[in-house]
Design a binder for this molecule. Sequence first.
Ligand SMILES: C[S@@+](CC[C@H](N)C(=O)[O-])C[C@H]1O[C@@H](n2cnc3c(N)ncnc32)[C@H](O)[C@@H]1O
Length: 393
Amino acid sequence: MHPDSRSISRFFQGLAEVCPVGQLEHFHLIHWPIEPPSPLDPLREAGFRGRVVVARASLADAIRREHPGVDLVLDDHPTAGAMAGHLLMELPQGREASRLAIDAALAALRDEESRLWLFGNRESGILSVSKGYDGVETVLCKGHLRLLSLSRGSRLRSEKTVLRSFAPGADGFASLEAAGLRVALRPGIFSWQAIDPATLLLLEAIREQPGRRLLDWGCGSGFLGAALARRFPDLRVVLSDDLVTATHCARRTVEWNGLAERCEVITEDGIGRNLERMRFDAIVTNPPAHRGVRSNHDATLTFLASAAGVLHPGGVLWLVGSRGLDYGTLMRSRFGQVEERDGDDAFTVWRGVKTREKRVSGSGGRVRDGQWLEADGADPAFRDRLNAWGRGS
Ligand SMILES: C[S@@+](CC[C@H](N)C(=O)[O-])C[C@H]1O[C@@H](n2cnc3c(N)ncnc32)[C@H](O)[C@@H]1O
């Protein structure tokens, strides 16, 4: 369970009593939910005036919306490369990603007085950090959330337990050979140790060139978009993802494979300012079903409501998802000729076409906690199906 809004507020109010909030130079957020309460409210009330560094475009958009005027940077380094006196950071998900982020944060501390203030809940592994490092102090514990304090000298107790499988090159990326491609990976992105079987299933299902312009939405490492660009030499591909680390990897993947001229990589939440101005013949996606450690379909549902808007008439959406999730029902209210094109015991590949009959007015709006927020953006049929889907999933 993610902490409820009351315990989040209590935690950040408590934080202001144990941590020198006015001296925090950076505050780094990675997977934090975009819905209120924002941890920034109590922090700003307690005098925080530092820079907010966010690792996701959706977080940057939410903070710009709710806290205009905040000094904000989109970066996956906890201080965006700067040195810091005091730094407050969300613990990323996963052992290797946590270790990398903590190392980067400790290396960014300016002197012996500087502190890394690290917060997270049990699901994100905060307890193993409190046990696994020397020189770490637990300074606040409210509900599922904990705040740890580390200094420049804090060290991991046993090197053996972590980073067993992450062996980066000098540029910081690990590489994997798959489908004739060299794929760039880093901990923190989806399926960073191997190509996901659902993604492979989708790649195999696409046997003919999907037009001239393709969008790989939620591209992660860039494997899918790059593999299709390699397979079809006159295909132009836009690869987009919300997560900065993912688009860093995707950019490296297309460069490593000599595809940069035909592939553009964009960091963006859903179909945002950049993508909405573009038009495609096809979209491929293995869409997100989680945010951090939490199961969450909001980004995918929002995307499904507006995906047809960036397709040319006759354009095709290819989507692979868990067999237990009926994406077809939602696709049918936005696309025609929706069919299961492939599948196995675990996953289904769906294909839908943008047809004239399914043209609907408005494509805006957002989904939060499985429910439609801005009713004007969706046709009633889609909204009703989506709200039912959100409750059932
Ligand atoms: C299931 S993963 C698939 C990754 C990659 N396509 C693959 O097959 O390995 C879903 C991807 O969607 C991205 N994502 C999550 N929320 C998003 C959003 N709001 N907008 C764009 N991408 C998002 C995640 O960062 C993740 O890379």
